[in-house]
Write a protein that binds this ligand. Sequence first.
Ligand SMILES: C[S@@+](CC[C@H](N)C(=O)[O-])C[C@H]1O[C@@H](n2cnc3c(N)ncnc32)[C@H](O)[C@@H]1O
Length: 351
Amino acid sequence: MSTDPAPILGLIEGFRRSKAMFAGVALGMFDRIERGPATSAALAADIGTQPEPLGRLLDGCVGLGLLRKCDGRYVNEPVASAYLCRDSDRTLVGYILYSNDVLFRLWAHLEDAVRDGGHRWKQTFGNDGGIFDHFFQTEGSMRAFLKGMHGFGVLSSPKVVAAFDLSPFHKLVDLGGATGHLAMAACERYPNLRAAVFDLPRVIEIAREEVQRASGISARIDLIAGEFFADELPEGDLYALGQILHDWSDQKIRPLLDKIYRRLPEGGGLLVVEKLLAEDKTGPASVLMQSLNMLLCTEGRERTLGEYRQLLEDAGFGSVQGCVTGAPFDAVLAIKGRNSAQVRQEAKHCN
Ligand SMILES: C[S@@+](CC[C@H](N)C(=O)[O-])C[C@H]1O[C@@H](n2cnc3c(N)ncnc32)[C@H](O)[C@@H]1O
C-alpha cells in the first residue's frame, strides 16, 4: 500500500497560502472590500494593481476561505473582517505585515541558522546589533512589531489572566509590557488590581496611546520607561514577563529572575506568559515552529513547563504551576515564599 503524500503536498504549498494572505493584507485588499463588495476590476482600480493578477489573488483567497464571491463581486468572510482589516479591534494586520516584511525573509535562511546557529538579522538585512535594535530600527518597524504583538495579546491576555486566581495580588508590574494588553486585561478582570507597564522609553509612548483608549481602567495603569536588565524594577507584588524569556538564553534569563525574586515581597508572584512545549518536545507543532522562529530572530527558544520550572526554582521560586490556555500564549505562575511547595504537576489545560 502506498503512503499518502497529502501531508507533504500540503507542506510544499504551505508558504504559498501564507504569502497569498500576506499579499492581500499588504495591498489593502481586505480593507477595501470591507468598505463594500466589488468586482476585481473595480478593486484593482482602487488599490492600484493589475486587474488580471489581482483576480487570481482574489480567487485564491476565496479558495482559502477568506473571501466569497457573490454575483462577480468579492465579499470578506467574517474571519477576514475580524482579523485582516486594519480598523478591526481584533486586527492581526500588524503581525501579518511583520511576518511578510521581516519573518518571511528571515525564514529564507533557516538552513543557515541550523547549520551555523544564531539569528539571521545580519545575513538577511545586513545590520548588526541587539535583537531589539532590529525590531525597532525605524518608528514604522517598531510600531508594526508592537501592533503585531498587540493583536496576539488581545486574543490571549484575557485567558492568561484568568488562568490563575490573581485576586490576592495588589500591584502587577508587566516587564516588557509593550502596548499594555496584559495590564489592561488584568485590570479588567480584577477590580482591585493596579498595574504598571514597564518598557523601553520609545515603547512607553505607544503604550500610552493604547492605555488611554481603555476607558474605565486607564487610571489604574502606570506607564514606566526603563530597562529591565539594568534598571531598578518598580515595586509590585506580581511581576509579569510576557514573551520575554523566549527571547533570551538561560544565561541571560537567570540574573533577571534573580532580580525579580529579590524585589518581590514574601508571597509575591511571577507570571510568565509563553507558549509551552510538551515535555518530550514533540509538540504542539505551532510551538515547535515558534521555537524555530526564535532561532531566526532572537537569542532564545521555546521551553517546556519543566524547563521554566527549573529556571524559576533555581532563582528561588516555588509553587510553579503551568496552564495551557488554548489561546496563542500559555501561562506559568511561580510564588516567592518559604512555604511555597515544589510542585511537580504537568501543565493543566484551563481553556
Ligand atoms: C517580544 S515583546 C513582548 C511584548 C509583550 N510582553 C507581549 O507579550 O506582547 C518584548 C518586549 O520587551 C521589551 N524589551 C526588550 N528589551 C527590554 C529591556 N531590556 N527592558 C525593558 N523592555 C524591554 C520590548 O520593547 C518589547 O515590548
